[in-house]
Design a protein around this ligand. Structure first.
Ligand code: ZN
Ligand code: ZN
Ligand code: ZN
Ligand code: ZN
Ligand code: ZN
Ligand code: ZN
Ligand code: ZN
Length: 1836
């Protein structure tokens, strides 16, 4: 006897005495061990790992129950111990060795989780159920094939390595290796196997025992256990069902179980996920009480609920807590077991052997049958176990399949009775078993599976509805019918593969199944029949969907059965006989009682059935007749015919086609309008009858049936039958017209019925693209279908696929598409690519194509006519050439020449000629011509020797009739068609030798005809008319043009102002404005002369431009209006929103953005409009109200003109120069200089900080001149006022003020909540939004890469001018309260800017402070003098701007990182800069270099590290003397640049060296000079220019609207977008010289900014401030904010999210993983597990995230649905994703599954929508459509 394995000896046992391992081993040795030993152990141990406690948070009366199961503990103390018993002391080593052996499996078998991506190969997959997992796909050849991707619903498995799943490339690389490895294992010894068996048995037994829901069973298992004195040792457990809604269960829990809402939601989520949850832990009686209460609750609510199912009570049970613990352990054991089985096939062998033992309690049979008694998770565990254990090896799979089939009937009935989804039933395993062809065939032959499935279906779903041998569904079909339909899917799997070889058992099994199928079809024949309603309408719409559902589910099976039988003569014959038997016995329409009468037409007689369709029941369901038609098509293949295929009793062809003919007649009558009173039900049925999903086994088969009739019945008789059925026997008689006049019009429907009749003939003769009817292949059939589709319009790929019948082999379809069509790539980024038909194939167009709807028919005809017209061809749609009929169907061609047909055709022609005829319609002629055309085409083809259409027709004088008609005015529309027909006739005539004699005479006659009276073709006719029309039109046009011109002029006059970009040069000012200017005491002429030479809007000798008085049109009252200083007030509609677009970082608070569409209204008009809208909104139906409270006092409305979303109005202001006339200072004028101004500012700051100011500000702040003198400046106040330009306080109209306040209020409402109320000084927020909006626009324009000067839209212009002017005016209109409240902010600002208090320049947002300063400071300064300052581009404004320009420059220099020169390469600097720098005087260069060394962080860091090196060296003086001396001798030149250093550099250094004294002492040795050569300076200069861009652009925008000075247009030499151009516009010096000249005052200003202690004393290594805090750096130029980068391949995205687990429940993967495109975070969306609270309400995780990430709005991508959402607060919209397939189409919901790639243009568009703050508007726009389904956005 073998003792222990080798491994057992290697390591000593690590376990303490409490483990049973020793005990087990001893018993094992002794051979006394039993599974009981293990199961007892499991049972005892499990309780240790299951715990619960009650947590009382705030609400002590409703404590929350917390149940925990310590999985890790159980793993260590139970599973690991078991493993050691099985594998020895080092299980891991054994398993690793097994892994190395490499013989894990040749199939993958990976079980998919919900949402995991799957891939199917369209080229190699045997059917669409064959899928690969990501790993296998990425390693397989299929990745280069045409594939589809999808996401799994969970439960399926990877088919890699299954030889029957793939046509080729069966293995991925990994599993191919697995195949090459040998079977068996040297590691797994017999002893291990033996112990495996023991352990497996124990696990299976234990799990089977405990997992059942039935409480009693599990309680019994625990008999004999003592409860350890625990009192509360029971649990009330609530189970999942599909009949209660989440809300119902939540309600029950909160009401009955007294759970808190939040807990209830969690419980419900976990019930939904796992199938059950513990609701209460307590004593038995308590738990039992709760159970009863919940169960009672369900019964009570019965009356209120509609369906009986929903009235069922919730499923509850009370379990002993030990049982629950055992169940948890059992689940864990099963999960572990499943993973263990994957590790080796030997394990699976053992497992299979165990469960195939029929007597065992855990046999397959038991697992199958008790599935329904388990809850979701438990079921899933078993399913996975079976998949991993039984499906990896073929033999096991077959054994399982066999067992599965044996118990199919009972299992499926369990499923039907149960209410869980299909995927949670073990019956869903069928797809794994039945789709394996060899297994399917085996089951059919040996288990009679085909019959079993259908029999079960018939028994459970159909039998109860049979009345009078026919199915009659009632209005309420029970649920079991729907669930039973899954059987039909299984059937489809079984039949999906035709057998290559038939065996007798297979034939038998197949035919047995067919018998059951025919039995079903027999009761379906004639089901849901209807009778024409006369008199009154139907009382109720009869049920019809059910029958169609049955049809749809069965149709594929029928098609498959027909495919099968076509491969075997014996089967075909047998089946044909069977069908015939059923046809004989079925009495629908045709039975022995049906009357027959003789009918005579054109000398022929037929005995017709007398079954009046318009008064007796007919049905659209004739599956038996259609099945016959389907099978008949295959007879020819085996040389069988109608006569020889079946002996004895059979139906005649007439009898067989009769039901079909009745149905066709009914359809014709419906079209003719005879069935109007039968309601919609019938119309729906007819619609479905011909749609692509249903028609192949309905319409198509009916036509085949009629064609079979035409082939078998004598042609004349056949036509008489149809005529009779259509009630047209009388019509065909020659004396019909006479009788008609005598009797008056007999029948309203006659004309339509004739039309329908002729069309049916066209279809019977012309629709032959069916294999078996004519010599075509399936491919030809598809080709024809596509050609017809493309004749009506170009189709996109998805449209085309939707319009074609489902075939799995769609790669073949794609080849067909490519053979007939050309793919036209989309022109625009948001358009789809489309297929267009190849030119040469248009001849195949058949306008009577039977799959066309009426609309498609007329549309395609229209398209084709205009196509032909454009090509100068005859404008008509002649019939195409037809394919050759097969031998069995040649008689169809004979229809065309038989006497009755000739009579029909000539009747139509005669009546067309006879202008008095009343029984004629134009369409009749067209159809008759079509039939004649077919006759001519068929004869020309020469396929049928018996066909002599020409000769036959000449007997009826057809040609001459046609010629006569071609001259008739009555049928002018069809003249071209007639000409085409005549031409064809002539061609045949010429060919016809027998006509040779007659030829000469008729030819001459022809010649005459064509010479003299050849009728004009439609085109010629048209040409003539056209000329005449053209002449008339020209006259008319001239007249209209004159009127239009007039109207346009008027329009231009009235509207130009609204759209024009306004300002005209001063030359065109009207005289009054000029007067105004002169009043201000300026000499205009002189000023103007200077002003127009300058481009600048600021500074000395700035340009002056008086804007034209802008005139608008109120969009509400259409009155013209202008903005003036004193009203009336006009407003823009505006939209104010929170925004974090510019700083999409959670650390920063949001800002407020304003946008406007620029449409102007009178404020009164708007108010009226708004009140009106508001009341409309209140009247709107409840459904569209927002379920979640909006921002307080939401005032959303739409711009009355453009429907643009708005929520506020912004008052328009007159140009600022109207309030305060700018003054021009000339060069050389005495000027209050900038440095003195700075002194004034400093003094003002002191004054503002004076404590005495607290009480009475206005009085205590000294007037400006006092401040001046306190600043110790001897300049006089007039001089100062000249730069500041104070004016008398501005009087603004009251309504302007009111609406400005309203606007400011709405801005404050959107101010971030982070700010205290007290900080929300309204005016400050007005300036904030103004600044933010300018900056946002600047960034947006930068993102779209447009020059901002000329291409700004009217929207942007209006918005900015409105905001900027309002901001400046509001500053000049301060009340004393305002002044008091702004004082603090102003003091702070001045302290920061001028006194180096608080942050340094690197922390400034320069533009922002500048604007605030311009608006506030001058006004405070003059407040005590009761003067105001309106910003107008005064010198003071200019100084302010200059100051911040320099501040920004300092920032740029300080933060500059010189390009690295690590590798000794020269820096890459633009030569242009280098040249410019070279031209600078040396002292300037020196100054720059010094400034750089002194303040630049990088330079100082470098100096510091050099110093430290030196200090180190100094520390070791004796050893390093030499190097020390070296470094001392040339401290200034680092080794790298010594050779290269230029003359300039050296000299710079020398000078700097002499200048040493200035620098203060800190850690850097001042003697050390970091290199600063010309190149560095050039690079620095380049950097400065770049970094100034944003500031300059913002300033240009701002001052443009302050001064109204136009941007220099593109013709002027300055490039506005360049650094230089902008400096010029702003009046700034652009060179560096001006700023680094120590003689000027700028240098010292720069120095002041740079010498801020934060900068000087900062820690260069850690980059922290002196105080230890980080710099809150504000970059000079904000990078353009971007949405996250998305992967190019969409499946990568799916793969990355497939592993994400919900943050709230660790084991569950997310159901709807959603990616925030702003920050890239993956969010668990729209799920009960993640509902954080926001403002006291539970919201979806996305809403919550958006609140913080994007200031209430975000752009999200739902990864599994491939859908973008713009999600705002309880509003949102779905948007097309930026991913496209190869056809340029998106795939929302991943329905098509084509590989998707990122479309950068689309993504860019999305980015810009976000960047331009357009999300809200887009949401509003998309929701404006009333058909939008309301979505609970706040649950997202
Ligand atoms: Zn796989
Ligand atoms: Zn694989
Ligand atoms: Zn492939
Ligand atoms: Zn108005
Ligand atoms: Zn508008
Ligand atoms: Zn979640
Ligand atoms: Zn985010």
């Amino acid at each position: 006897m073998e003792r222990f394995d080798l491994e057992d000896v290697v390591a000593p046992p690590t376990h303490t005495a409490e483990t049973p391992l020793k005990d087990w081993r001893l018993k094992y040795q002794a051979g006394t061990i039993q599974k009981q030993d293990f199961t007892d152990f499991f049972q005892k141990q499990s309780r240790k790992y299951f715990h619960y406690h009650y947590e009382a948070e705030q609400d002590t009366t409703r404590p929350s129950l917390r149940c925990t199961y310590n999985e890790a503990g159980a793993k260590e103390h139970i599973i690991n111990v078991l493993m050691e018993f099985v594998l020895g002391d080092n299980p891991k080593i054994v398993l690793d060795k097994l892994q190395q052996e490499g013989n894990t499996a040749t199939v993958c078998g990976k079980v998919f989780k919900n949402g995991e991506p799957t891939y199917s190969c369209r080229e190699c997959g045997m059917d669409p159920t064959c899928v690969l997992c990501v790993n296998c796909f990425k390693q397989s050849a299929h990745r280069y094939h045409k594939y589809k991707m999808s996401t799994s619903g969970g439960g399926g498995c990877c088919d890699c390595g299954d030889e029957e799943a793939w046509k080729k490339d069966h293995y991925c690389e990994e599993h191919l290796r697995g195949k090459e490895n040998p079977k068996g294992s040297t590691i797994i010894t017999d002893a291990i196997k033996e112990r495996c068996e023991l352990a497996f048995t124990a696990i299976l037994t234990f799990s089977v025992n405990f997992l059942e829901i039935e409480p009693n069973a599990s309680l019994e298992c625990l008999d004999g256990d003592v409860d350890d004195g625990e009192e509360a040792c029971f649990c009330t457990v609530l189970y999942n069902d599909e009949s209660h809604t989440f809300d119902q269960v939540i309600q029950t829990l909160t009401k009955i179980a007294k759970c808190r809402q939040k807990d209830a939601m969690e419980i419900v989520a976990s019930i939904d996920r796992e199938g059950r949850a513990v609701v209460k832990c307590d004593t038995f009686s308590e738990c039992h009480q709760l159970q009863e209460a919940i169960e009672k609750q369900g019964v009570l609510s019965l009356s209120t609920l509609q369906t009986a199912r929903a009235a069922q009570s919730l499923r509850v049970s009370v379990l002993n807590i030990r049982a629950v613990a055992c169940q948890q352990l059992a689940l864990q054991l099963l999960t572990w077991f499943q993973e263990f089985l994957i590790k080796h096939c030997v394990f699976r062998q053992i497992f299979a052997r165990l469960i195939m033992d029929r007597k065992a309690p855990y046999s397959v049979r038991h697992i199958l049958e008790y599935d329904v008694k388990l809850w979701k998770t438990a079921r899933t565990c078993w399913h996975r176990l079976l998949i991993s254990g039984m499906l990896m090896e073929y033999d096991n799979k077959r054994a399982l399949a066999q067992e599965f089939s044996k118990h199919y009937a009972s299992v499926v009935q369990d499923f039907i009775r149960d209410d869980h989804e299909h995927s949670f039933s073990i019956i869903s395993l069928s797809v794994q078993l039945f789709t394996v062809p060899s297994i399917a065939h085996y089951l059919m032959a040996n288990e009679g599976i085909f019959h079993k499935l259908l029999h079960t279906f018939y028994h459970v779903a159909v039998e109860t509805y049979i009345k009078n041998k026919t199915l009659q569904f009632s209005k309420t079909v029970n649920v079991s019918f729907k669930r039973a339909a899954y059987i039909l899917y299984d059937l489809r799997y079984i039949l999906s593969f035709k057998p290559d070889v038939w065996t007798d058992p297979l034939r038998e099994g197949f035919l047995e199944g067919c018998k059951a199928l025919l039995k079903l079809l027999n009761v379906m024949q004639g089901m849901e029949s209807t009778t024409r309603q006369t008199g009154q309408h139907m009382d109720y719409e009869p049920e019809w969907e059910c029958a169609f559902n049955l049809h749809i589910k069965l149709a594929t099976t029928i098609t498959l059965v027909l495919d099968w039988c076509a491969t075997d003569a014996a089967v075909l014959t047998k089946l044909y006989q069977m069908v015939m038997r059923y046809l004989c016995s079925n009495g629908f329409i045709v039975d022995s009682a049906t009357k027959r009468e003789e009918r005579h037409v054109a000398g022929h007689v037929a005995e017709c059935f007398i079954y009046d369709v318009s008064s007796r029941p007919v049905s659209i369901h004739l599956p038996l007749s259609r099945f016959f038609a389907g099978i008949y098509l295959h007879l020819g293949t085996f040389g069988l015919t109608f006569d020889n295929a079946v002996a004895g009793n059979k139906r005649t062809p007439e009898e067989i086609i009769e039901p079909i003919l009745c149905t066709q007649t009914m359809i014709a009558q419906v079209h003719a309008g005879m069935w109007r009173r039968n309601g919609y039900s019938l119309l729906h049925q007819l619609y479905f009858y011909r749609i692509v999903r249903c028609r192949s086994e309905m319409l198509d088969r009916d036509i085949i049936g009629l064609q079979i009739g035409a082939a078998l019945i004598e042609s004349n008789q056949y036509l008489i039958h149809i005529l009779n059925k259509f009630n047209l026997i009388k019509w065909i008689q020659s004396d019909y017209e006479k009788e008609l006049t005598a009797q008056a019009v007999e029948d309203d429907y006659m004309l339509s019925m004739i039309e329908e009749f002729l069309e049916l003939l066209i279809v019977i003769i012309g629709e032959r693209y069916v294999p078996g009817v004519s010599n075509v292949t399936e491919e030809d059939r598809t080709k024809k279908e596509i050609i017809q589709l493309l004749c009506s319009k170009p189709y996109s790929h998805s449209e085309l696929n939707r319009a074609l019948p489902d075939t799995y082999n769609d790669t073949a379809v794609e080849d067909v598409i490519d053979s007939v069509a050309i793919f036209k790539k989309p022109q625009k980024s948001d358009a789809k690519g489309v297929y267009e038909l190849k030119e040469e194939l248009y001849d195949e167009y058949n306008m009577y194509f039977y799959h066309y709807t009426k609309e498609e028919k007329s549309k395609s005809e229209e398209t084709q006519r205009s196509r032909r017209k454009s090509k100068n061809e005859l404008v008509c749609c002649p019939p195409p050439k037809l394919p050759k009929l097969t031998d069995g169907f040649v008689s169809i061609a004979n229809l065309l020449q038989c006497d009755v047909m000739m009579t029909i055709l000539t009747t139509v022609l005669d009546r067309a000629i006879d202008t008095s005829s009343k029984s004629f319609a134009e369409n009749h002629l067209q159809e008759a011509l079509y039939l004649i055309g077919y006759g001519l085409q068929e004869e020309q083809s020469g396929y049928y020797p018996f066909l002599s259409f020409y000769v036959q027709s000449q007997k009826y004088n057809m040609l001459s009739k046609l010629e006569e008609l071609s001259r008739s005015a009555r049928v002018e529309a069809h003249r071209d068609f007639l000409l085409w027909t005549i031409k064809k006739f002539k061609e045949l005539q010429a060919k016809d030798k027998s006509n040779e004699d007659a030829e000469a005479c008729s030819m001459s006659a022809d010649g005459d005809l064509s010479e003299i009276s050849r009728p004009l073709t439609a085109a010629e006719q048209e040409k003539k008319e056209k000329e005449e029309r053209a002449r008339l039109a020209a006259e008319r046009r001239a007249k209209i043009m004159a009127q239009m011109q007039n109207a346009q002029n008027n329009f231009m006059k009235s509207n130009a102002e609204m759209f024009a970009s306004a300002n005209v040069p001063a030359a065109s000012r009207d005289s009054t404005t000029t007067m105004e200017w002169q009043d201000d005491g300026t000499n205009m002429d002189e000023e103007g002369a200077v002003a127009y030479n300058s481009l600048a809007c600021l500074g000395v000798e700035r340009r002056l431009q008086q804007p034209e008085e802008q005139s608008y049109k109120c969009i509400l009252c259409f009155e013209d209006c202008t903005v003036t200083k004193d009203g009336p007030t006009l407003v823009y509609s505006a939209f104010v929103q929170k925004s974090k677009v510019l700083t999409p970082d959670t650390r920063y608070p949001s800002s407020v953005h304003t946008s406007s569409c620029g449409h102007v209204m009178h404020v009164d008009c708007w108010q009226e409009y708004y009140i009106n809208e508001e009341s409309k909104e209140q009247r709107r139906p409840h459904r569209s109200r927002q379920p979640f409270p909006q921002a307080p006092q939401s005032t959303e409305f739409q711009c009355p003109y453009c429907r643009c979303l708005s929520n506020s109005v912004l008052p328009l202001s007159a140009p600022l120069s109207k309030y305060s006339m700018p003054m021009v200072i000339h060069k050389g004028d005495e000027l209050f200089p900038i440095d003195m101004w700075i002194e004034v500012m400093k003094t003002l700051s002191d004054e503002l900080n004076m404590p005495s100011l607290e009480d009475n500000f206005e009085d205590s702040l000294p007037p400006a001149h006092t401040i001046l003198s306190r600043a110790n400046l001897c300049a006089n106040i007039e001089q100062f006022e000249r730069i500041a330009q104070p004016i008398d306080p501005v009087e603004l109209p009251a309504s302007w003020n009111t609406f400005m306040q309203r606007y400011i209020k709405s801005v404050c409402q959107h101010a971030p909540t982070e700010f205290e109320k007290s900080e929300k000084v309204g005016l400050l927020w007005l300036w904030h939004t103004c600044i933010y909006t300018v900056q946002a626009l600047e960034v947006y324009l930068r993102a779209v890469n447009k020059p901002f000067s000329c291409e700004m839209s009217i929207r942007h212009k209006s918005c900015l001018s409105g905001l900027i002017r309002a901001s400046c005016l509001s500053g000049a209109n301060l009340s004393s309260a305002d002044v008091a409240s702004l004082k603090k902010a102003a003091a702070q600002m001045l302290d920061t800017v001028f006194k180096q208090k608080s942050g340094s320049v690197v922390e400034w947002n320069c533009f922002s402070i500048m604007v605030q300063m311009i608006c506030i400071v001058p006004n405070l300064l003059f407040s005590s003098s009761h003067k105001a300052v309106v910003a107008n581009g005064s010198m003071m404004d200019f100084y302010t701007m200059q100051l911040f320009f320099m501040a920004n420059m300092v920032k740029a220099i300080v933060l500059f990182e010189p390009p690295t020169t690590d590798n000794g390469m020269a820096m890459d600097v633009d030569e242009e800069y280098e040249q410019e720098v070279k031209d600078l005087p040396q002292r300037i260069l020196d100054n720059i270099a010094e400034f750089y060394r002194k303040y630049n962080f990088a330079a100082r860091r470098q100096a510091l590290s050099t110093t430290q090196q030196q200090q180190k060296q100094q520390a070791r003086p004796q050893s390093e003397t030499q190097s020390q001396s070296q470094s001392q001798s040339q401290p200034q030149t680092p080794p790298k640049s010594d050779e290269a250093s230029t003359q300039e550099t050296q000299s710079t250094d020398t000078i700097s060296l002499n200048d040493e004294a200035t620098t203060s002492a800190h850690s850097v040795d001042d003697s050390i000079k970091v290199p600063c050569d010309l190149k560095t300076i050039a690079a620095l200069y380049e950097h400065i220019k770049m970094e100034m861009t944003e500031f300059l652009r913002c300033c240009c925008l701002f001052f443009h609207f302050v001064t109204d000075v136009e941007f220099p247009d593109e013709h002027s030499n300055a490039n506005m977008d360049s650094y230089k151009g902008m400096c010029e516009y702003l009046g700034l010096e652009h060179g560096l010289q001006a700023y680094f000249d120590s003689a000027g005052c700028f240098a010292s200003i720069l120095e002041t900014f740079a010498s801020h202690p934060d900068i000087v004393y900062c820690d260069l290594v850690t980059k922290k401030k002196r105080c230890g805090r980080d710099f809150a750096l504000v970059p000079c130029t904000l990078p353009i904010p971007k949405l996250v980068d998305l992967p190019e391949d969409y499946s990568d995205l799916i793969n990355t999210v497939s592993d994400f687990v919900c943050p709230n429940s660790e084991r569950e993967e997310m159901k709807t993983p959603t990616m925030c495109l702003i920050c890239g975070k993956i969010i668990c969306a729209q799920s009960f597990c993640c509902q954080p609270e926001l403002d006291g309400r539970a919201v979806g995780a996305c809403t919550y995230h958006a609140h913080f990430c994007g200031a209430e709005i975000s752009v999200l991508l739902r990864v599994r649905d491939c859908q973008i959402i713009y999600l705002g607060r309880s509003k949102g919209c779905f948007v097309q994703p930026p991913y496209l397939d190869q056809y340029g189409e998106t795939d929302m919901g991943l329905r098509r599954g084509n590989p998707l790639r990122l479309c950068p243009e689309r993504y860019q568009k999305l980015q810009l929508t976000w960047l331009s703050h357009g999300l809200y508007e887009e949401i509003a726009r998309l929701n404006d459509n009333t058909s939008v389904v309301p979505t609970q956005w706040h649950h997202m």
